[in-house]
Design a protein around this ligand. Structure first.
Ligand SMILES: [Zn+2]
Ligand SMILES: [Zn+2]
Length: 207
C-alpha cells in the first residue's frame, strides 16, 4: 500500500506534473502542458484517476487540465482564490509571450472546502499557503510535500508574479519551515529536495 509519486516535466516553462498513486488509484497534480506526454509518461490509462489537483492557478500549471479532465471525465480541484488566475490563463500566457493557447478548465470543487483528500487509506492534507498566489496550496502526503512554486530548489519562491503577495509569502514560508522540516519537497519546477536546516537557512536569507 505504498504511495508512489511519478513526475514528468512539461511545456515551455518546464513545469513538474506529478502523479501520486497508491495501487491502482491516483491523483494528478499540476498538468501544465503537453497532454500526450503526460498521458504516456505517467501511464494514465493504467490508473483509476480520482481527479486533478492544482497547487495554484498560474498559466504554466494549468495548460493540460481541461483536456485531461475531459478525456478521463474526472474533477478539477483548485482553491477558490485562484479562480481568476486559472480562468484567465491565456491572458497571462500572452503577456509572457507564449502563443500556445490552452483550453480554460472548469473548476469542479474548491480546495478551501476540503481539509483533505483520500487516496486508498492515505490522506492528502491540503494546506492553504498564500503568497506566490492567493489561492496557493501545499499538499502533504506521508513525508512528501507538493509545494507548487512556493519553494523552488535554491530559490525562495517568486513573489513578483500576477496574484503574488510578499507579506503573505513570508508568513506561509515560515509556516512551512516550522511544520515540514525533514519532508521531501516536490516543487513545481526543478528537482525535489529535503527541507533540512541547511536549506531553510538558505531560504531565510533570500526572503
Ligand atoms: Zn506559479
Ligand atoms: Zn510555475
Amino acid at each position: 500500500m505504498e504511495i508512489i509519486s511519478k513526475k514528468v516535466t512539461v511545456g515551455k516553462w518546464k513545469v513538474n506534473c506529478y502523479l501520486i498513486s497508491c495501487e491502482d488509484e491516483a491523483w494528478i497534480v499540476d498538468p501544465g502542458d503537453d497532454v500526450e506526454t503526460i498521458i504516456s509518461s505517467l501511464d494514465l490509462d493504467n490508473y483509476k484517476l480520482k481527479g486533478i489537483i492544482n497547487t495554484h492557478g498560474h498559466f504554466d500549471h494549468i495548460g493540460a487540465v481541461a483536456e485531461i479532465k475531459e478525456r478521463y471525465n474526472i474533477p478539477f480541484l483548485l482553491h477558490s482564490k485562484d479562480k481568476r488566475l486559472a480562468t484567465q490563463g491565456n491572458l497571462y500566457r500572452r503577456m509572457v509571450g507564449d502563443l500556445k493557447l490552452c483550453k480554460t478548465p472548469i473548476i469542479d470543487e474548491y480546495l478551501d472546502d476540503l481539509p483533505s483528500l483520500e487516496l486508498k487509506r492515505h490522506k492528502i492534507v491540503i494546506h492553504h499557503t498564500p503568497g506566490h498566489t492567493n489561492g496557493g496550496v501545499c499538499l502533504e502526503i506521508n513525508n512528501n510535500l507538493f509545494v507548487g512554486d512556493m519553494l523552488l530548489k535554491g530559490n525562495s519562491s517568486i513573489s513578483n508574479l500576477p496574484g503574488s503577495n510578499k507579506e503573505l509569502m513570508v508568513l506561509s514560508l515560515n509556516y512551512l519551515f516550522d511544520n515540514f522540516k525533514g519532508f521531501i519537497i516536490n516543487p513545481g519546477h526543478g528537482k525535489s529536495f529535503i527541507l533540512d536546516n541547511d536549506s531553510i537557512n538558505k531560504f531565510k536569507i533570500m526572503i
